[in-house]
Ligand binder design. Sequence first.
Ligand code: ADP
Ligand code: MG
Length: 246
Amino acid sequence: MRKIAFINAKGGVAKTTSCVNVGAGLALRGYRTLLVDLDSQGHVTKSLGVQAGEGLAELVQGDASLKEVQIEARENLFVIAGGGAIPGVKRLISRRDMRSELVLSEALEDLRGYDFVLLDTAPSWDVLNVNCLFYADELLVPVSMEVLALQGIGDFLGRVGQVQRYREGLRIQGIIPTFYDARVKKSAEILEQLKRYFPEALWPPVRYNARLSEAPGFGQHIFEYAKRSNGAADYARLAERLVKGG
Ligand SMILES: Nc1ncnc2c1ncn2[C@@H]1O[C@H](COP(=O)(O)OP(=O)(O)O)[C@@H](O)[C@H]1O
Ligand SMILES: [Mg+2]
């Protein structure tokens, strides 16, 4: 069971879009996949058009069992919902005296039967995301093609480095350039810089594609909403890459 977080302290870089569509791509290939939403916005369930009942908050607080919180969204694709109750999880973590970084790991300890567990995170550096870094083994870091996003990434990876001192197994599996537009000079320049900084970890880019932003409004992933789009092609390629990189 591979445990992979989509994470970056910056918002709007396509963490959720990538988590949902890579997850859908894996599920369509026959891999049993679970998406865990750590964000209070609850976008993962909304993107897939499923009703969020009890989710991660109820699980961590002991009000629901692991079995109860796993929602089947599609064949092979399951979700543990985030949403409005997530701040309660952070309060609970903050109140813990000992090993507070392991609350999420303990809550998900008995998960079985998945090939992939993908975690979607909020754009922050808080106790829940630190918990996420103690649960996940691999990180996928979406970076949008903007100068500020590029500057933020060094800072973010520095913090990940601090956690890696305690968790040797934690590795950056890939940096994913997002909103790539070959016609825009800035896009090409930033991609060049990313190549220079991360020659090994850099993954192929996800192109700017309006279909990707429309799909969640219909409660569909990209392979349902526009399976011949560039977005579908790019996320199919990333899912494939993730399978091979195991
Ligand atoms: N490649 C893309 N092309 C066009 N729009 C995109 C693309 N990826 C994401 N989006 C849109 O950009 C916005 C931010 O993406 P989102 O996945 O919510 O970012 P994050 O989870 O990092 O905050 C959303 O409206 C999403 O639909
Ligand atoms: Mg998000």
